[in-house]
Design a binder for this molecule. Structure first.
Ligand code: NAD
Length: 296
């Protein structure tokens, strides 16, 4: 049993903390939302009065917060109070620069603290079912300590490299996803204009060189893949607002590093328009309706 503090008990953090309790760990949580705290308490976690109180006795501290500024602010508050030698794991999706800064803040405490950036893919379903994929950045020693804990919340834990490498992997993967979903959606819209049925395009492309996850697992038209959100009124799934967040993070990273990502930039623009048209809460695959010209 490990003593774990868990800060940020929202849609993702709540079920992740519950899975740590199920795995037999002692979990003390904190969230600004009383409703999230109540849910975590009923899932078997203790609830502390503040972030600082939550971390005092913890060997491992997990944060699952909305964005980089929340992570840096919470880490600045808790770092002076964490135990000597504690391991801090940030599972939020944040910009690479903030992720690296969080590692530096931990190191600058000078109390033998270890840190890992460990964003996830798999969404709320993966958080509930403990089937998340973790992509991690930090030292091999920090990774080895974190791996058994992360394995209680996910099915795959990958060490991507040094500080920030987990966030880099996350935004690169999601940039591929955003671009490929738009590509698949455009192909279906063109097929419609050409009188080709959805099923015919699916049958060909899914076994040809157009094959990709956006087509065969998450098909943006109803029918060919019964479990895809297209069959369920484009309820998320993975909300368009989160796709836009990740595409913006990829563009920030491209600008900062000097990488050329013209299709990533175009995808970010299209998802911004889609979000602004009132579709933030729709599944990101609903962009096909926007591309088709149904803008409301
Ligand atoms: P959420 O908004 O449901 O949860 C975030 C929680 O953090 C909220 O409960 C909020 O009250 C809490 N919080 C904010 N500031 C705090 C503070 N100072 N102290 C304590 N608690 C604080 O968001 P989520 O869907 O759980 O996402 C969390 C992270 O995971 C985000 O970075 C998101 O991009 C990433 N992510 C989400 C999904 C998804 O499908 N929801 C998938 C992959 C990654």
């Amino acid at each position: 049993m490990t003593t774990i503090a868990f800060i940020g008990l929202g849609n993702m953090g709540g079920p992740m903390a519950a899975n740590l309790v199920k795995a037999g760990h002692s979990v003390t949580g904190f969230d600004l939302s009383p409703a999230s705290c109540d849910q975590a308490r009923s899932d078997g976690a203790s609830i502390a009065a503040s972030t600082v109180d939550a971390v005092r006795d913890a060997d491992i501290v997990v944060t699952m917060l909305p964005a980089g500024r929340h992570v840096l602010s919470v880490w600045a508050d808790i770092l002076p109070s964490v135990k000597e030698g504690a391991l801090l794991i940030d599972c939020s999706t944040v910009d690479v620069e903030s992720a690296r800064k969080a590692h530096v803040m931990a190191r600058e405490q000078g109390r033998d603290l270890a840190s890992l950036d460990a964003p996830v893919s798999g969404g709320v379903g993966g958080a509930k079912g403990a089937t998340l994929t973790f992509m991690t950045g930090g030292t091999k020693e920090a990774f080895d300590r974190a791996e058994p804990i992360l394995s209680s919340m996910g099915k795959k834990v990958v060490h991507c490299g040094e500080a920030g490498a987990g966030q880099a992997a996350k935004i690169c993967n999601n940039m591929i996803l955003g671009i490929s979903m738009i590509g698949v959606a455009e192909a279906f819209v063109l097929a419609e204009k050409l009188g080709l049925s959805h099923q015919a395009l699916f049958d060909v492309a899914s076994t040809s060189s157009g094959q990709c996850w956006s087509l065969t697992t998450y098909c943006p038209v109803p029918g060919p893949v019964p479990a895809s959100p297209a069959n369920n009124g484009y309820k998320p799934g993975f909300a368009a607002a989160l796709m836009l967040k990740d595409l913006k993070l990829a563009q920030e990273a491209a600008l900062a590093s000097g990488a050329s990502t013209p299709l990533g930039a175009e995808a970010a623009q299209l998802y911004a328009l889609f979000n602004n048209a009132g579709h933030e809460g729709d599944d990101f695959s609903g962009i096909i309706n926007f591309i088709r010209g149904q803008r409301d």
